[in-house]
Design a protein. Structure first.
Lengths: 85, 354
């Protein structure tokens, strides 16, 4: 699980081009949106595509994303449970 | 009709030109076939949250526009007009590669949003909350001149008071490879001092952004009066001299009135002859300068020629590194810029001291 969380942090930094953020600076339960990393709706779309492409998870209801992308911990739990690849 | 003035300038190029207090004081040499822009500190101008969605071309355009706006001392403009031959190449390549690599699946929005040609003008407008006329000309090597001509006509007709106009290009890996395959890029690395006499085909490819605030009111910061702009998609080599003479006559200027002529030589043995024939005839007794040995070739690099002409008129100095010949000039009053790329898309820009 901790390996998956590190992997997710690295992917978030790379795919969302968070130049000034390092893996060590993202805590497992930091909020990704709002006051935390400050991600926005375009980032949410990028994360939805990443879930599909890298873990075979297709979100049928985009509203689900709000819960799933709450933090790296919540994302990792969801991926562990639903991943198909 | 009102007169048009270049009230401020800004350039990001393979030389350190973003600091307007300097004028090619320190030259960066290279030994290459592709050269990249010397970056200003983008973080000083663009908030990190906005910068993370900007590829280099957008950053260069946004920062060059901010430098020009600051120098003009204005907060907003009546129009933003850009020119770009290739647009936002880096994200276009990313987006198209993703389509191919992922079998048309998993397409993400960011690179698509940033891949359009008008992204730069759009981002500049968003940054200054400017809802005015916003236009991007995509017309190969006369993209910048098309933008400049549009701005000039609006200002002359008093449809606008201040217009931000500029040209921007960024280098994309794949596009560079394609240009190499078709021999548009030089086969061997060259340096600043060897490029012009390299006797090989192709040019040194480059990137950069050059922006100007043009207005129909002369400000204290004024660099030059923009007298005329004309473009030609096709022009046979033997007609160039005659066309320039007609252009000058139309603007009540004789060849001998020109103090400095800015040529777009890029060291391509097949096409520098367009300039060499003028250099040896009509303009042999006129101070000739060139700049592509310093900043390379791209679709809007002719905007750097206009930057150079403006800077010369304001400072009344010509750095030695850009001189082709040596003519004594008591006062530099009139500058003519002539550019073409691979024998097509010729442009003439006439500037006068303001």
């Amino acid at each position: 699980m901790s390996e998956l969380k590190e992997e997710l942090k690295a992917k978030i930094i790379e795919q969302l081009n968070l130049e000034d953020v390092s893996v060590a600076e993202i805590a497992d339960d930091d909020a990704l949106f709002g006051d935390g990393l400050g991600l926005d709706s375009i980032d949410a779309l990028e994360l939805i595509v990443m879930l599909d492409k890298d873990y075979g998870i297709r979100l049928s209801d985009p509203k689900e994303g709000r819960k799933i992308f709450e933090s790296v911990q919540v994302m990792a739990d969801y991926i562990e449970e639903h991943r198909t690849k | 009709m009102k007169k048009v003035y270049i009230n401020s300038i800004a350039s990001i190029s393979p030389q350190k030109t973003y600091d307007n207090s300097m004028f090619l004081d320190k030259i960066t040499d290279y030994n290459d076939t592709v050269i990249f822009a010397v970056d200003p500190d983008y973080k000083q101008y663009i908030p990190p949250a906005a910068a993370r969605r900007m590829a280099k071309g957008i950053k260069m355009g946004v920062v060059a526009s901010k430098i020009a706006m600051d120098e003009a001392g204005i907060e907003t403009v009546d129009a933003i007009i850009t020119g770009t031959g290739m647009g936002c190449m880096i994200d276009s390549e990313k987006f198209v590669s993703a389509i191919i690599d992922n079998n048309e699946q998993y397409l993400t929005p960011t690179s698509f949003i940033q891949s359009t040609h008008n992204t730069v003008a759009g981002q500049i407008a968003l940054g200054m909350e400017c809802k005015a006329y916003n236009f991007t000309y995509v017309h190969s090597a006369i993209s910048f001149e098309s933008a400049l001509l549009d701005a000039k006509m609006q200002l002359e007709n008093d449809e606008a008071e201040h217009i931000l106009v500029g040209g921007v290009e960024e280098l994309g890996d794949h596009t560079t490879k394609v240009h190499r395959v078709v021999n548009h890029i030089k086969p061997e690395p060259v340096t600043i001092s060897t490029v012009l006499n390299s006797k090989t085909e192709g040019a040194v490819f480059s990137e950069g952004a050059n922006f100007f605030v043009v207005s129909n009111e002369k400000q204290e910061s004024c660099y030059a009066e923009l007298v005329a702009v004309e473009t030609f998609n096709t022009l046979p080599k033997e007609k160039v001299s005659e066309t320039i003479e007609s252009f000058l006559i139309e603007n009540n200027v004789k060849v001998e009135d020109i103090d400095v002529v800015v040529f777009g030589n890029n060291g391509d043995v097949d096409f520098d002859t367009y300039y060499n024939q003028l250099s040896e005839s009509n303009f042999s007794n006129i101070q000739q300068i060139f700049y592509k040995h310093l900043v390379g070739e791209n679709n809007t690099v002719s905007a750097f020629g206009v930057w150079l002409g403006s800077k010369i008129l304001k400072t009344q100095t010509i750095p030695k590194i850009i001189k082709i010949n040596e003519i004594k000039i008591p006062e530099i009053k009139t500058v003519l810029c002539y550019n073409q790329y691979r024998g097509q898309n010729h442009s003439l820009v006439l500037l006068k001291k303001c």
